[in-house]
Write a protein that binds this ligand. Sequence first.
Ligand code: G3P
Length: 215
Amino acid sequence: MKLFIDTANVEHIREMADLGIISGVTTNPTLIAKEGRDFLEVIKEIASIVDGPISGEVISLEASGMVKEGIEISKIHKNMIVKIPMTEQGIKATKELTRLGIKTNVTLVFSVNQALLAATAGATYVSPFVGRLEDTLHDGIQVVSDIRNMFDTYGFDTEIISASIRTQKQLSDSALVGAHVATVPYAVLKKAFTHPLTKNGIEAFMKDWEETFGK
Ligand code: G3P
């Protein structure tokens, strides 16, 4: 499973890119707004840091507007992926952008049926929102697993981005049920590096070494 970072914060992206663990970036209107910076400027900076798929989301709700915006987003950089909301208009736009050779990420997916529609329209990625499903006591990981089984059964090339990840368990379960990608917030990624036994182990190794050989 590939790891993307789910943020528009360039410092966080740079830090994780330096560690060599992220192969893409996802943004959404909320994440861009949080940074309070111009969309184009932020996306260009992200593209200069990470050489991999970068999702930028459209704002229009009508298919024609989404297609227009999508074409503009795709021109920003060769790695751009146009993020489209999972609606009737979004699916129509996905179909058209696919016809134009533009890659898409259908977002706000909460069911197998929505993933089926997105894949049928030719989406490059679908993003089931695991965290938001689990916030409402639904099994988000089961949805990812079911989408994976359905894609494999019918030979869809569409990749699953396990999104809205809030916990370590949601991250590891995404990998175990076959998500192609997990897009992970900075804080959750940072935490994934750590384990109390790793910390204790390093301390014990250092102590034993110093007791015999000194500092
Ligand atoms: O980028 C889409 C998704 O990951 C948003 O997550 O935390 O707002 O549910 P969240």
